[in-house]
Design a binder for this molecule. Structure first.
Ligand code: ADP
Ligand code: MG
Length: 836
């Protein structure tokens, strides 16, 4: 007893310390192996770049009693990754490999039961009365049967160190080997199993490749014959002795089960690299480990064979029983969930598809539940702060009533509903946190103005923030149309606001005589002080990071927050990212809009697009020509815009005036280019994606988008919303510069649909959440199993469950396991947050 604890002190860590070490080590090891898999290209992680993450992580190891030399080595590695970006590939490879190797050794050195200890020792001490060390969830994998240091090293390289890691290493997929068929009924494309008799077995080395051996089985069942081929790559398979042995495995007349994907062969249907297993008896039920069941498929690492891996999983599966379930039996019953141990069993070794479904649902549910609980708790913290108390607003005679009466149109039903939700929020004693989603032109801005007026009529001030100066200026112009007639003061603050004007404006803001301030991020800066800030409207919310939102909310009293986005994101994404917001949707366009006609052209058909521009301009309309964002370099983008503009102006449309808009123009120049276009002094506007958000020229009726395949669908839809704002029928022409059928399929979505939500859903399906949101969007949840594209229903259930939990047990004192998981998640998220 005393002996073992002394050895622990001198060599290893106790359980808590080990957990702490692993919490720090695992993300490092995962990042390192991902970097290997992606070819040392310093990949963009969700939150930050690979090198940034390593630098951050290596600088902050948990404070543990390390053996001498460890801290110095960590420091050197840290230094190494500071210069990672500059290293050539060979240098990167060396650094990453060394680091992986060393971290792995560190782990082995520090764990309490030294796995390198000679196995004989254990044999010598093991007696009938002292059973061998109990395996538990936190046992290192080296304690499993058949795991030596080499295999353990390979597993550690993908972050698998403990039994619990193995259980959490979910299958990528499952292959259905349960479908049993007769030979004559095999269907190409299906995965199926046949049971047949061996007529002949041939093994030979490929005549063309000495390292490839081929095993050919001629099989027969009552309905037909089939030839099944297995290819064995590698020298060790091509020895005559080995092949002889194989042939002996498959004697003539024996019964085998063969399982796999059916493909079209030169002589009819055949199996692609099948599993072959000899059965004891021809009429017995198919009983074997693999054949005839749903087989899990794992994302594997170099040097760990699939079968080996499945054996390990089988070894640890019984230990899943000890996994603490964060939900009690009543909750599981209410929410139709299997227990967590059952879920692990069902995912790793399902008996049938329904068990697999149940298992998946449970694990996905838990992922979403944690996510939603985190967001709801954040929301609760926010809502406990004091907020502006708005008086009960009566629309009829107040500013809002006057505003609504002055509009040349009535609200659509959707606008009415959403404004109702906002009004209700504004009268609560908790600060509003609402996201309004609506397609371009659905009338979000008017609703936001009404909300601002509500706030002002109760004696508070409002702010409107936009992501770009162009858009802020446009909002300002828009507000100037409606607010001054109602005697509501409004000003614009941008980087371009002259000093004296700026000082005046800030004074007025601080003494409360200025009611509405419009601007960009500049509104977040320190000198901006409101007297009584009641409501902040944020336009195009997806461009504001959460921390910017927080910064604004931290400006003194907590104002009500209304965010708007015209890039609708699917509800699953919205809930995952903005689960701390209430979401409203304006899902109806004002009447009288003529839908935009969208067509796809090949690059060779470009002249048709120019022809259409010419026709429309002759009719008094205007056109946009949009060029793709060149991600590599802003300079390149600029050049391409300048070049295309020059070429169009001199060769294609010499008779027209062409404007040029790009990100490098200063604000005044941008304004004048836009004004020329709006007033008709130019008829064609060549532009980079700056026009994406909010630019509003009703006479523009054509948009030609070059290299449309390089844009995201949602972004194209957003761009397209720049036309079709007036009464004239409008056109959007997508020039597809790619011959890839997938690109075509993607663009077709846009040709066929005008519905932003539908398009966003498709985009999510085709490209995945990371792409849909773009690399700049941070805060995407870390989901191992759940899919934002497919698991929407489970997400809704989990969200409802999270709400119920928060009501019944707000501090989660009766849910300690859940609380611990939640805190771990919080730590991970804040640890991984970008450093800026
Ligand atoms: P969004 O901000 O959602 O893109 P806007 O609020 O800018 O949409 O509205 C687009 C155009 O439609 C504006 O010219 C606006 O005046 C007009 N509009 C808004 N609501 C209505 C409505 N209910 N009926 C008719 N036109 C409307
Ligand atoms: Mg708008």
């Amino acid at each position: 007893m005393a002996d073992s604890s002394r050895s622990q002190e001198s060599r290893g860590l106790n359980r808590e310390q080990l957990t702490e070490l692993l919490g720090w080590l695992k993300p490092l090891q995962q990042a390192l192996s991902l970097e290997v898999e992606t070819g040392f290209n310093n990949l963009q992680g969700r939150q930050q770049r690979f090198d940034g993450f390593l630098v951050h992580q290596l600088a902050a190891p948990p404070p543990l009693p390390y053996p001498p030399g460890v801290e110095a080595r960590l420091q050197r590695l840290h230094q190494g990754f500071v210069g990672y970006e500059e290293l050539p590939e060979s240098g990167r490879r060396r650094l990453v490999t060394d680091t992986r190797q060393w971290l792995h050794e560190l782990r082995l050195r520090l764990e309490p039961s030294a796995p390198m200890a000679p196995p004989r020792l254990r044999l010598a001490t093991a007696t009938a009365s002292a059973p061998r060390r109990e395996l538990g969830l936190d046992s290192p994998l080296t304690q499993l049967q058949g795991v030596g240091p080499k295999l353990a090293g390979r597993l550690a390289a993908i972050g698998l160190l403990l039994v619990r890691d193995l259980l959490k290493h979910y299958p990528r997929d499952h292959v259905d080997y349960a479908t049993r068929r007769r030979i004559e009924a095999l269907v190409v494309g299906e995965t199926a199993t046949i049971v047949a008799t061996i007529r002949r077995c041939n093994g030979f080395v490929s005549p063309r490749n000495p390292n490839l051996s081929i095993l050919e089985l001629q099989l027969q069942d009552p309905t037909g014959r089939i030839k099944v081929t297995r290819f064995l790559a590698g020298k060790r398979f091509s020895s005559p002795a080995y092949l002889k042995g194989q042939q002996r495995l498959y004697p003539q007349g024996a019964t085998v089960a063969v399982s796999g994907l059916i493909k079209e062969g030169p002589y009819g249907a055949t199996f692609q690299d099948p599993l072959i297993e000899v059965l004891e008896s021809s009429n017995a039920e198919v009983r074997s480990r693999n054949i005839g069941r749903l087989m899990p498929v794992y994302g594997l690492t170099e040097g760990v064979a699939a079968d080996r891996f499945r054996q390990l999983i089988d070894q640890v599966l019984p230990l899943a029983r000890a996994w603490p379930d964060p939900l009690n039996q009543t909750e599981r019953r209410d929410w139709s969930l299997v227990s967590l141990p059952e879920a692990f069993q069902g995912l790793h070794a399902p008996d049938d598809p329904s068990q697999l479904d149940q298992a998946r649902r449970r694990l996905v549910f838990d992922e979403f539940l944690l996510l939603q609980l985190g967001l709801l708790r954040r929301r609760r913290t926010l809502s406990q702060r004091p907020c502006p108390q708005l008086e009960l607003i009566r629309r009829g005679d107040g500013l809002v009533g006057k505003f609504l009466a002055s509009l040349p149109f009535a609200f659509t039903a959707a606008q009415e509903r959403v404004f109702g939700e906002i009004e209700a929020d504004l009268q609560r004693s908790q600060p509003m946190a609402r996201l309004v989603q609506g397609d371009v032109g659905s009338g979000k801005t008017v609703v936001a103005i009404a909300a601002l007026l509500s706030t002002i009529s109760s004696g508070w001030q409002g702010a409107l923030m936009a992501p770009t100066e162009v858009l802020a200026e446009q909002h300002h112009r828009n507000l100037c149309r409606w607010l001054p007639p109602l005697h509501v003061t409004v000003e614009l603050l941008t980087g371009a606001t002259p000093k004296t004007k700026r000082r005046q404006l800030l004074d007025d803001l601080a003494n409360g005589s200025l009611k509405v301030l419009v601007g960009t991020h500049a509104l977040l800066e320190d000198p901006v002080v409101f007297s009584r800030l009641g409501l902040v409207v944020v336009d195009e919310q997806h461009r504001f990071g959460v921390h910017q939102r927080d910064r604004l909310l931290n400006k003194g009293l907590q104002p009500h927050l209304l965010t708007m986005t015209a890039t609708p994101i699917p509800r699953t994404l919205a809930l995952s990212l903005h689960g701390d917001l209430d979401v409203s949707q304006i899902d109806e366009l004002p009447p009288g809009r003529t839908p935009i006609r969208t067509a796809m052209l090949t690059a060779a058909q470009r002249s048709q697009a120019y022809e259409l521009i010419r026709e429309e301009v002759a009719r008094g309309q205007r056109a946009y020509v949009v060029l793709p964002l060149v991600e590599e370099s802003e300079k390149l983008e600029l050049r391409s815009a300048v070049e295309v503009h020059a070429e169009l102006a001199s060769e294609v449309f010499p008779e027209l005036t062409l404007g040029l808009l790009h990100g490098r123009l200063n604000s005044a120049d941008k304004q004048s280019v836009l004004r020329d276009f709006a007033d008709g002094r130019s008829q064609v506007l060549v532009s980079t994606t700056v026009v994406e958000v909010g630019v509003d020229v009703p006479e523009a009726s054509v948009m030609v988008i070059d290299h449309a395949e390089r844009f995201g669908l949602a972004q194209l839809h957003q761009l397209r919303g720049r036309v079709g704002r007036g009464a004239a029928a409008s056109h959007c022409l997508l020039i597809n510069g790619s011959s890839n059928p997938l690109a075509r399929q993607r663009l077709d979505v846009l040709v066929c649909s005008n519905d932003g939500f539908e398009i966003a859903e498709m985009d999510l399906r085709l490209r995945g959440p990371g792409q849909v949101l773009g690399t700049r969007q941070s805060g995407l949840p870390d989901l191992a199993l759940a899919s934002l594209a497919d698991d929407g229903a489970v997400l809704e259930d989990a969200r409802a469950a999270a709400q119920q939990l928060m009501e019944q047990d707000p501090d989660l004192s009766a849910h300690q396991v859940l609380l611990a998981l939640l805190e771990e998640q919080q730590r991970r998220l804040s640890g991984a947050a970008p450093l800026n």
